[in-house]
Design a protein around this ligand. Sequence first.
Ligand SMILES: Nc1ncnc2c1ncn2[C@@H]1O[C@H](COP(=O)(O)OP(=O)(O)OP(=O)(O)O)[C@@H](O)[C@H]1O
Length: 500
Amino acid sequence: MSDTPFGDVDHPRPAPIHPDAVLPPPMSSQPADDDPTQALNEAWANILTKVSKPNRAWLSNTTPVTMHASTAMVAVPNDFARDRLESKMRHELEELLSDHFHKAIHLAITIDPDLELALGAPDHEDEEEEVPPAQFVPKVTVGTTEPSTQPVSTVDDDEGNRLNPKYTFDSFVIGASNRFAHAAAVAVAEAPGKSYNPLLIYGGSGLGKTHLLHAIGRYVMSYYDNVKVKYVSTEELTNDFINAIGTNRTREFRRSYRDVDVLLVDDIQFLESKIQTQEEFFHTFNTLHNAQKQIVMTSDRPPKLLEALEPRLRSRFEWGLLTDIQPPDLETRIAILRRKVAAEKITVEPDVLEFIASRIQTNIRELEGALIRVTAFASLNQQPVDISLAEVVLKDLIPEGRETPVTPERIIAETADYFDISTDDLLGTSRAQTLVTARQIAMYLCRELTDLSLPKIGAEFGGKDHTTVMHADRKIRALMGEQRQIFNQVSEITNRIKQY
Ligand SMILES: Nc1ncnc2c1ncn2[C@@H]1O[C@H](COP(=O)(O)OP(=O)(O)OP(=O)(O)O)[C@@H](O)[C@H]1O
C-alpha cells in the first residue's frame, strides 16, 4: 500500500493542475479545434450567455486562459472571486463546459492579479486595517453631571451629514406595523455599537425606513459628544467607490467610510450584482464591526432574498437584528396625517383625513403627497378642505381600474410634451425659466409617483445631484399651494401620465 497521496505507485494519478501552474502559451494562428486557447475563448463566450443570471455578473471579471486535456483554466482577479466560483458556480460552469465540448470538463481556477489591475480594482493593503474602538460619551447637560435622557442639542451639521431635520423619532408615528422597527431603532440610537449591530430594517417603499435611519443619526449626534455619523445611499456608496478607483483614491475612500462611529446605509438591495463594491463594503463592514462602531442598513427585502449578494456579506447582514416595516393600518395612516397637518399648522377636518387615509393604503409618501395636493387645491381656490373637494383632487391621483407602474421615462416624456420642449432640453442644464420649471415638476412627479430614491432620480435626469432633486421636490410642493398655474400643470401632467 502506497503512502503517497496519489494512491498506488504503479498507477499514479496525474498530478493535479495547480491553479498557478504555467500552461503552454496559446497558438493563436491555429484553428479553434487545434488551438486550446481559442477553443476555450469560444466556449467561455458561449457560456456567458447561458449562465444563470445571479452568476453572470461574477463572470464578467473572469478570463479564459487555456485548455489542457479535459481541464479548462480560467483566471479571476482575486481570492474573493475564486471563492465565489468555487463555492457557487463550479458545478454549473463544469456542466456548461462539458455540454459545449461534449466531454467531461474539469474547471481549474487561477488568480491573475494583473486582471485586477486591468479592472482598475483597488489595492487590498489596508482592506481591514484596525481602527480605534468607538467611544460613545454622552453629552452632559449644563448644570448637571448626569446625561439627559433626551437629546440635549440640535444637530446643526445637516449639510455635512445630510440628515433630514424632519425625520426624527418625535415625528415618527408608531403603529402595529412599525412598532418593532421603531423600538429597535431607538435601542440602537441609545446604545450604538452595543445593542444590535448591525441593525437592518427592511420593507416596501415609502414606509419609513429612511425616516428611522435619519432619526437614529440625529439622535446619536445630539446625545453623544464628538460622534461621526455618516448617512449614505447605496448608489452614492457605489459611485464614491467607482470614482475612487478611477482617480486612484481608494485609501481616501476607505478612510471616509471607516473613520465614522455610526454608518447608515440606505437601500442596500442596490449592492446586488456590484461585485467589487460588495467586496469593498465587506471589508468596511468588518473594520467598523470589529471596532464596535454601529452599522444600520435598510433594504426593500430581507437579506436571504438578496440573491445576487455575496453569501458572506449576506450572513453578516444577519448577524445583528433584522426587523421589517409593514404598510400601516388605517388608524396609523390617520395618525400620520394628523401629525403632518399639526406640523404644517394647517387645519383639515378629521373626516377628510380619514377619507384620504382610506384611499391611499400602502405608501406613506403617497399619503403625504395626497394631503399636499388636497390642501394646495383648497388654498388656491380659497375653498374649505372638505370631502367633496378631496374626492375631486384624488380622482386624478388614483384613477379607476388597473394601474400600470409609472416610470421616470414616462414622466419625463409627458412633461416634455406638455411644455412642448424636447426631452434633451428637459434633461439638460439650461436655466431658461420654462425649462427649469418643467424639470422641477418632472423631478417632483418622479418623487411622488415612483419609488425611486433621490440619487436614482438624479441619475434619470442626466446625472444631476440628489440635492438638486430634493430642492425641486420642496420647491414644487410649496409652489403648488401658492400658484394656481403650477398646481394645474402638475395635475394635468399627472392626469396624462396616469391615463397612459
Ligand atoms: N411612521 C411614520 N410616521 C410619520 N411619517 C412617516 C412614517 N413612516 C413614513 N413616514 C413618512 O413617509 C415618507 C416616506 O418615508 P421614507 O422615505 O422613510 O420611506 P422608505 O421606506 O425609506 O421608502 P423608500 O424605500 O422608497 O426609500 C417620509 O416623508 C416619512 O417621513
